[in-house]
Structure formats: C-alpha cells, structure tokens
Design a protein around this ligand. Structure first.
Ligand code: HGY
Ligand code: MN
Ligand code: MN
Length: 405
C-alpha cells in the first residue's frame, strides 16, 4: 500500500462533515476505527500486533525480547476539530518507511516496532500523552483513575467500554527496557521549515508547558433584574484574566491561551455562578513559564477580589523542558546529511509529544515535516504530499541507519 492509499483510507475516520475537522477522542468509536486500521496495516505486513497494558498499539518486526529495538510511530487521536496530520502523519509514515526499506531489500539487525500511542492529545480527559505517561511511570495509576471526561466517565470506564482491560494500567519499565531508540515523525506545527525552505527537520527541544484550571465562582442571578452594582459575575474576572494572560505572555516572549471554557448554568439570561477556564501556557524555559503563570494567577486574584468572586487555580498537568538525546539527534543529522552534504535544520517546538515524555526513559528523537502555513490543531493543518513522501524517505533512511547496521 502506498503512502497515498493509506492516507486516503484514514481520512474519513472521525471527520466531522460540518467543520471538516477530526474528532478522534480516546476510546471513542472513531478511535476504535483508527485502531482497527492500525491493526490491519500491521497484519497485512506480517507484523506481530499487540496492545500493551496502557492501550498503546505496537506492531513488531523481529523479536521484542531481543532488546535494543528501534521504534517509530506517533498517535492517531486528535484535538477537537483537529487536522489530519498531527499524529497520523507519523503513524502512516512509519508503515510507508517500512515498505520502503523492504523495497530496498535491507536486512534488519535490530528489532523494529511501529507504535500508535493512545490519547496523546488529552482532548477527552484533559491530560495529554496519557498512554506514554502511564508507560513511563509519569502518571500514577491513582491519578489515571481520577481522570474523567466531560460526561463524568472515568478513564478506566472508557477503556472498559471500548473493550480493553483497565486493570493492568501503569508503569511498564520492561517494555521500555526493550527499546534502544524511539524516533517520532510529526508535521511541523510552525513555519520554520517553510521559512528555511527545507522539507524535513530534526527536533532539538520541547518547551516546558502545562495546563491550569481557573475556577471563578460568583452568584447566579437574573440577567434582566439584577442591578449591575449587586452582581457577583465571574465572567468579568475571567474576561480580565484572559487579557492578563495575553499581556503576561507578550511581556515574557512566551505563549498563553485560554482555549476551553465551561460556564454554569450556561443560560443566555442568567449571570453565571461558575466560569471555569483552562490556561495552556508554554515558554522557552522554566523560569519564564513560572513568571507568566504566576503573573496570570496574581492578576486573576486581584480581579476576582474586586468583583467578590472566589477563585481556585489548579495545575492539571505539567511537562518540563525536553532536550532530545544529543547522540541520537547527531546520528539522525549524520544519516540525513550524508548524501547531500546539506545541513538538516534542527528546530525547537512549543508542542508536546510522546517522544518528549519518553525522553526521560529512553533515547528519543523527532523528525518534522514542512507545514507551509504552520497551522495546526485546526482543520486547515496541511502538508504537501511531496513533503510527506520526503518525510517517509527521511524516516526510512534513519531507520536503515539505526536498525540495519
Ligand atoms: O498540546 C500539545 O502540545 C500536543 O499537540 N499534544
Ligand atoms: Mn497535537
Ligand atoms: Mn501530535
């Protein structure tokens, strides 16, 4: 199967016809269809398919127990109304790269595995990279049990409803011990490659990032009869806080986003009793991120106080800075530069990835494929097919260099 035909098969799964975006949430029907697709691709190639204790899917060529495996892949889930490329490009490219290597007639000297990590985006349970975090022991079983979706369904319940046994979730050091290197190919979520005129780049680092929940509690009341002076309206302090986040981020050269909000009672003619907003903030270094989030919280408390609002701020997740393994990164640069003598660009990113989570346990690296607009987490996300094919070739070269010595 070509890259093109695999891509075409995946495209309709979980696509919302009204928005044109993808709604492939963890353990949903669309997720099940993506997983069935992965399994079929593995079986069609004679790979051994397995689902690990945390619901991540693996397709093995060679003996996993032999150790020092080279692993490649990404994720198939999406953000709400996400694009087609964030995640799936890495998974489809991993199968296409294997096909390319078989076409080259190479002999593998290390086991190879292709992987689809579960729940990378955290769209349903609010925490990103659940599959890799659990595996790496960065999310405890107790914390995972406390994760619930917007309908109050817990992660274990959702797994069970999708036909998976949630009993065994948790750290999986034996699995990680089998892996010598993980390389994740991903669409670039910015325009660095477009600006430099390169099809493919290598990741250097991931900015530290996190999610904070701001609960502003006031008093529900009638929108028509309550005098302005008598209101305790949490929407006001929330709105001011959104502006403060923008200001703090600008001052620090960081980013801060309130992209999700829940309002109670959520009536047009009712002053809200609760406004819950989620802050996503990221910065090049920890001190800057602390400054931004500290500044937003301080401002929020002042606004809340001024309006008679109670405020709780809860850090829901946090991922420290990731510096990808230098030796592996240099190895990728050497492999990709060897025929052309061209320097492959090395880029940092503000986006989180399973490769970042696993970098604390095993050597990991990432390849980025050019995105001409830089748009991501949107139906407009795009990469040209020629660039995707160049990405497949680069991934195949890397896998050949690492696993066929
Ligand atoms: O939100 C992120 O950075 C990632 O795409 N999960
Ligand atoms: Mn994403
Ligand atoms: Mn992704």
């Amino acid at each position: 199967m070509t890259f093109h035909s695999m891509w075409a098969e995946l495209l309709p799964i979980g696509r919302n016809s009204a928005s044109g975006g993808y709604r492939r949430y963890a353990w949903s029907g669309a997720d099940a269809d993506c997983r069935a697709w992965f399994r079929q691709q593995a079986e069609d190639r004679g790979l051994v398919h397995e689902v690990d204790r945390n619901g991540n899917q693996w397709a093995w060529l060679g003996d996993p127990a032999a150790g020092d495996a080279v692993v490649t892949g990404s994720h198939l889930d999406s953000v709400p109304d996400g694009g087609a490329f964030d995640g799936p490009l890495g998974v489809v490219s991993s199968f296409a790269a294997l096909d390319e290597l078989r076409g080259r007639g190479v002999r593998f000297t290390r086991p190879l595995a292709l992987v689809n990590f579960g729940d990378e985006e955290g769209a349903r349970f609010g925490l990103a990279c659940v599959g890799s975090r659990l595996t790496a022991g960065q999310l405890s079983v107790e914390q995972a049990h406390r994760l619930t979706d917007g309908d109050g369904i817990s992660l274990p319940q959702a797994m069970e409803a999708a036909g998976y046994d949630p009993e065994g979730i948790g750290a999986d050091p034996e699995r990680l011990a089998r892996i010598g290197a993980f390389v994740e190919l991903h669409v670039e979520q910015g325009r660095a490659l477009d600006l430099s005129g390169d099809r493919v780049g290598i990741a250097s680092a991931i900015w530290p990032h996190g999610r904070w929940r701001f609960d502003f509690r006031g008093e529900a009341n009638h929108a028509g009869t309550t005098r302005l002076a008598d209101r305790r309206d949490p929407m006001l302090s929330y709105a001011e806080t959104v502006l403060a986040a923008r200001r703090e981020a600008e001052l620090a050269g960081a980013v801060a986003t309130f992209g999700k909000i829940a309002v109670e009672p959520n009536g047009v003619n009712a002053i809200p009793s609760l406004v819950r907003g989620w802050l996503d903030s990221r910065a090049a270094d920890q001190d800057t991120l602390d400054t931004v989030v500290g500044g937003v919280e301080k401002a929020a408390r002042e606004y809340a106080h001024a309006h008679g609002i109670d405020l709780d701020v809860v850090r829901e997740s946090f991922t420290p800075v990731v510096e990808f393994d230098h030796a592996l990164r240099d190895e990728l640069a050497r492999i990709l530069g060897k025929d052309t003598e061209l320097k492959v660009p090395v880029l940092g990113t503000g986006a989180g990835h399973d490769a970042g989570i696993l970098s604390g346990s095993i050597p990991t690296a990432m390849l980025f494929v050019r995105n001409p607009t830089g748009v991501s987490h949107s139906p407009a996300e795009y990469a040209a097919e020629d660039d995707c094919v160049a990405g497949v070739r680069a991934l195949a070269d890397v896998l050949e260099g690492l696993a066929c010595r």
